[in-house]
Write a protein that binds this ligand. Structure first.
Ligand code: HEM
Length: 381
């Protein structure tokens, strides 16, 4: 039986001991040897959702470490069957891809130091780490805290749909105020990233271990999951783009990245694809939101200036989050990337530097998504 959220029963504890010592094993160049020695385990003894999610998290960490090694370019293109087989079986059971996901390293990778204390940075820790010191802790926990701040608005969603159905503008107005206030809190929490995440460690160390094997020139064919598939498979690396929370408010507010349900450009395609990296329950939640009456259409139809203003404050909060996120990407990716190149670089050069890292042009992608959010603001009459 699983004793705590951090432990797995024997024989799966062998996975946990590797994952818990990942930075040391990598530094001493012992990680791959230890993984090669692991017995092939059936996943039948991993009972219950918690144990299975912990198993997915742990195997994700081990897989990233096995593939990227010391982060020095000595990479593995084959994941041995003793890891690949249980990992893919477990992934299939959970409806998740066999790669480290946001749902693993952020949503399932935390604990409270004092269980009766609050969910604050000071009272929390992550369960597993990559090399790069506390940078991973900062990145994963701040992402989680942003998610928690924004998620507090989820409970008003049923109130919103009910108000739209009953054409109750006052209730809708109050519920939208709750949404904009939660989104503004999320923005406030976002700023903690500067305190806890070092740009150079993020760019030069952590990012390597989060990289995937889709659109990545280092593993252009993908990864061969030995004993599972005969050909290599491509999966995108871990990213907060796999978080359902931003997409949830996009759908709720009618911020459209698709035209008639079909992605209208590469940015929309990427966001749509990222849904397949979310837990199935999150995917169905997003789909169910889409099937409800449009809040935006209702606000437009009422011609009520106060309601329109409040709706706009919600959209503006999403714009502000995306503006802030863009500044963070410049600090944590574009500037460190430019330091690696020689000579003076123009803004265009800097943007070009970031191409290929995730298979898309990051800045183009993020600016397109922000642009669609801005376009959703209602014009004042
Ligand atoms: C050091 C901090 C961060 C960096 C460098 C960063 C970088 C990126 C990059 C490069 C993308 C483009 C897609 C990809 O290739 O992965 C992206 C997308 C995204 N990120 Fe971040 N990110 C950071 C923190 C966060 C945090 C804390 C959140 C919120 C929990 C977040 C939410 C998102 C979302 C929602 C997207 C999809 C685009 C959108 O909907 O606007 N990011 N991020």
């Amino acid at each position: 039986m699983q004793k705590t959220w951090e432990e797995l029963p024997h024989p799966y504890d062998a996975w946990i001991s590797i994952a818990r010592n990942l930075p040391e094993l990598i530094e001493n160049n012992q990680l791959r040897m230890e993984v090669d020695k692991l017995a092939m385990l059936s996943i039948d003894g991993l009972r219950g959702h918690r144990a299975q999610r912990l198993g997915h998290l742990v195997l994700g960490y081990i897989t990233m470490a096995y593939v990227w090694g010391q982060g020095d370019g000595d990479i593995r293109k084959v994941l041995p069957s003793n890891i690949a087989v249980p990992y893919c079986k477990l992934s299939e059971k959970l409806g998740l891809p066999p790669i480290l996901l946001y749902a693993d390293c952020v949503l399932a990778n935390w604990k409270k130091k004092d269980p009766s204390g609050p969910m604050t940075y000071e009272n929390m820790d992550i369960l597993f780490s990559f090399p790069g010191g506390d940078c991973g802790k900062g990145f994963f926990l701040v992402s989680l805290l942003v998610e928690i701040a924004a998620a507090s608005a989820i409970k008003v969603i049923p109130i919103i749909f009910d108000a739209v159905k009953r054409e109750d503008s006052d209730t809708l107005q109050k519920a939208l105020l709750d949404i904009s206030s939660s989104l503004r809190k999320a923005l406030d929490v976002f700023s903690q990233i500067h305190e806890y995440v070092d740009p150079n460690l993020f760019f030069n160390v952590l990012r390597i271990y989060l990289s995937g094997w889709k659109g990545n020139p280092l593993l252009s064919e993908g990864l061969l999951y030995e004993g599972v598939w005969d050909t290599p498979k491509k999966f995108a690396g871990g990213s907060a783009a796999q978080s359902s929370i931003f997409q949830c408010f996009d759908v709720l507010l009618g911020i459209q990245h698709t035209v008639g349900g079909v992605p209208s450009d590469p940015a929309a395609e990427f966001l749509q694809e990222m849904r397949t990296y979310m837990p199935p329950a999150h995917q169905s939640f997003l789909l169910s939101l889409k099937s409800r009456p449009s809040v935006r259409e209702f606000v437009l139809s009422k011609g009520n200036a106060t309601l329109q203003k409040t709706y706009n404050e919600c959209v503006q909060a999403m714009v502000s989050l995306r503006n802030y996120h863009l500044q963070i990407v410049v600090k944590y990716i574009i500037i460190p990337a430019s330091r690696q190149s020689t000579g003076e670089s123009s803004e265009e050069d800097l943007e070009a530097e970031s191409k290929g890292t995730g298979g898309t042009n990051l800045m183009d992608f993020l600016k397109t998504v922000r642009g669609k959010t801005v376009n959703c603001l209602l014009k004042e009459h």
